[in-house]
Design a protein around this ligand. Sequence first.
Ligand SMILES: Nc1ncnc2c1ncn2[C@@H]1O[C@H](COP(=O)(O)OP(=O)(O)OP(=O)(O)O)[C@@H](O)[C@H]1O
Length: 322
Amino acid sequence: MTPTTNTPPKAAPVITIAGLSKTYKSGLQALKTVDLSIGKGEIFALLGPNGAGKTTLISIVCGIVTPSTGTVVADGFDIQSQYRQARSRIGLVPQELTTDAFETVLATVTFSRGLFGKAPNPAFVEQVLRDLSLWDKKDAKIMTLSGGMKRRVMIAKALSHEPDILFLDEPTAGVDVELRRDMWQLVRKLRDRGVTIILTTHYIEEAEEMADRVGVILKGELILVEETKALMKKLGKKTLTLNLAEPMAAVPAELAQWKPELKNEGHELEYSFDANAEDTGVPSLIRALEKLGVGFKDLNTKQSSLEDIFVSLVHREKGAVA
Ligand SMILES: Nc1ncnc2c1ncn2[C@@H]1O[C@H](COP(=O)(O)OP(=O)(O)OP(=O)(O)O)[C@@H](O)[C@H]1O
């Protein structure tokens, strides 16, 4: 399936993925021909349900998994034939915590920097640790830290070699509200410094809030790539809520075709519609209500969240398959 929409980045691409596919040894095809460009300095969110292929895609771009077909160029370097150059541009915060439990925070992050052949820069490492509220813990052994703190260490490690591109694989899964807030603040700060950020998340509202563009991946296929705002506008369903003058016990049969729902103990009537449809059904519903003598005190419409859009995309895809 070709993506319904494939909106290119606004800035010059810093990552170009072409014809990428991956079939694991088990025979499972985790990715089917993915083409995607990521612009310099953008925040790109990769959305998809469990097992959609997000981690596989990230792992290929970071050179951890070998693709079956296709190429990835990062900052002008081919991830396979010029692995070291390409990889040095990239920071990866994996889903799982992988650190030496017996080392201190400072030693771990300093060591990570060295792995990429970067000259020592204690001032830079200090700044990274301060940005992540880890400076106070610099001498603590990793194993003594809380889960949230360990996650911060993973980010510090990924940033230690000053990458231009940062991958965050489900950075906020299972973290507390405070860390999530700090994380997003840091992501914005990094972007302001020109770092390109690609994240995967299950918290769709975060993609909505943070990302410039969103790519939706389902069963190994990138089904659409779209600017977040445009996606909201284009695919967004809207909900009309009518505050009824008198509460209703049940939806009258005359209104069945709109499939409205009663909410708030019958005080509100909710109707979902496609904001882009030629006939939204709103005027006819209002007329039908008038005819029935149903009065309302107020009404408002609300754009659906990306979460709703995503769910409807998943359903649409399922429907197409069935
Ligand atoms: N090393 C492997 N060998 C065989 N199959 C694998 C391997 N790694 C992943 N898979 C399979 O490939 C598919 C895609 O997995 P992947 O981890 O990329 O998905 P994901 O979108 O990141 O999911 P999640 O949100 O759960 O992390 C899944 O069906 C998974 O079981």
